[in-house]
Write a new protein. Structure first.
Length: 448
């Protein structure tokens, strides 16, 4: 999350380096709905069929297809994709609200698929709380009692649960409204109650299934900021489903982009926008203002010791956005130096910054060695690797991406200025990405 780059963490995430053991470990996960679903994952012929062919041949829908990923402690892991791409199914499989067909899911190394009923209940109540779009508040109970409900079913005594609930109610900005019934609240306030209820149980992971999609854009932004704050201040681990690209870019440390049940790319927002894995992803992110997502690392070249201008420019942090660097360069008239703890990693000049904006990132600088035919390795270690625009990052490589903090938000932040619908509006384009895989038969609530 953006602010995480600049704000020291005070919560549990502080103990966790990116290399810490993952909270969730998902491997080769399949969920197939339909008759004799279990034969599908292992059958090479069936798995090679398109979703329509598979449905026609077998009556089955492969909602999640061979998905593998880790969710690291303290990160916001976003699952994004069009309607019907398998997001809800995937996230529900994590706590077996939907039973996976095959593959493995572990939480803190414990096999979720081997859990008995009691252990599962404990998992859902204490370790991984879900916040739904329709938050399912109890209409005849007060805000406070709704928030305390999760603790009640955990068997926490009345005084203690009310005290804890009051604390969380304040945390989500609902103080003063404790005695109201849900019907006396706005949609946004109700969503805060839903969030507070999930938080009251102090779960290790919060799972959000499109929690804000029913809210109007302003309230939605408020709630997004609430999530950012919770993440920043408490280091909460979150898995957040959305079909809204701007929401994904704003909230996600990493984003898994789904299509037809598969994760087509998994990476940081910068990787997804800067190195789309295929044409589908490229089309998806086409209208994102690149300068607000990409960092100066993408535009860097080595400092030229013979250039007077290179040493005179302003300093920017390695996670500064290209947009921030453009401003710094424009104001000073010199290339900006990318500084990390007193060390100059390189410089960014106008040409390179504009190249990133235009999606025409320059090639790595020519080697300073005299030989024009020097092998590519001659420049190794000199330049920060830039990924040429349009080059597809192999998804295997992207899948290895460690969680990295997003660039600091500057003023209006790195969120993309999209419409409330989540469709990028920068280029005045309002068409959605290709609708392949869009299901006509989207369920409301899926069950096992
Ligand atoms: N219980 C079910 N029985 C049969 N098919 C199902 C069931 N639940 C989901 N599906 C199918 O699985 C696919 C993925 O559905 P899922 O609800 O996971 O999508 P989603 O990405 O969450 O979509 P949305 O954005 O509309 O919520 C869809 O094709 C859907 O029709
Ligand atoms: Mg869904």
């Amino acid at each position: 999350m953006n602010a995480a780059a600049t704000t020291p963490r005070t919560g549990p995430a502080q103990e966790s380096a990116p290399s810490a053991a993952p909270v969730f470990t998902v491997r080769n996960l399949w969920k197939v709905f339909g008759p004799k679903a279990e034969r599908v994952p292992g059958d090479a012929e069936l798995t090679s069929l398109t979703p329509t062919e598979l449905r026609e041949r077998t009556g089955c829908t492969a909602a999640v297809r061979d998905v593998s990923f880790d969710v690291h402690k303290g990160e916001v892991f976003v699952v994004m994709g069009l309607s019907g791409s398998g997001k809800s199914t995937l996230v529900r499989c994590l706590t077996r609200l939907i039973e996976p067909t095959s593959g493995s899911v572990a939480i803190d190394g414990e096999d979720v698929l081997a859990m008995d009923k009691n252990r599962l209940r404990e998992l859902r109540r204490h370790r991984a709380s879900m916040v739904f779009q329709h938050f399912g508040l109890l209409p005849h109970r007060s805000v406070l009692d709704n928030v305390a409900y999760g603790l009640e079913i955990q068997g926490v005594g009345k005084a203690e649960r009310r005290e804890k609930a009051a604390e969380v109610v304040t945390k989500v900005g609902l103080e003063g409204l404790e005695a109201r019934r849900p019907g006396q609240l706005s949609g946004g306030q109700q969503q805060r109650v839903g969030l507070a209820r999930a938080l009251a149980a102090d779960p290790e992971v919060l799972l959000f299934d499109e929690p804000f999609s029913a809210l109007d854009p302003l309230i939605r932004r408020d709630m997004q900021e609430e999530v950012v704050r919770l993440h920043r201040e408490e280091g909460r681990t979150m898995v957040f489903i959305t079909h809204d690209l701007s929401e994904a870019l704003k909230l996600g440390d990493r984003i898994a982009l789904m299509r037809d049940g598969r994760v087509v790319q998994l990476g940081t927002p910068e990787e997804i926008v800067g190195s789309p894995a295929d044409d589908y992803v490229r089309d998806f992110v086409r209208d994102v203002p690149r300068e607000q997502v990409m960092t100066v690392r993408r535009a860097m070249r080595p400092l030229d010791p013979d250039s007077a201008a290179d040493g005179r420019g302003p300093a920017v942090a390695p996670d500064a956005t290209v947009s921030e660097a453009i401003e710094a360069v424009a104001r000073s008239g010199f290339p900006a130096r990318v500084m990390d703890e007193g060390r100059c990693l390189g410089v960014v000049d106008q040409e390179r910054l504009l190249g990133v904006v235009a999606g025409v990132e320059p090639p790595p600088p020519a080697p300073t060695l005299p030989s024009a035919s020097a092998p590519p390795s001659a420049s190794a270690g000199r330049a920060a690797p830039t990924v040429p625009a349009g080059s597809a990052a192999p998804s295997a490589q992207v899948r290895q991406a460690e969680p990295t903090r997003k660039p600091p938000a500057a003023g209006t932040s790195a969120q993309s200025p999209t419409t409330g619908e989540g469709r990028p509006s920068a280029a005045g384009k309002a068409t959605p990405p290709p609708a392949a895989g869009k299901a006509e038969d989207i369920p409301g609530e899926v069950t096992a």
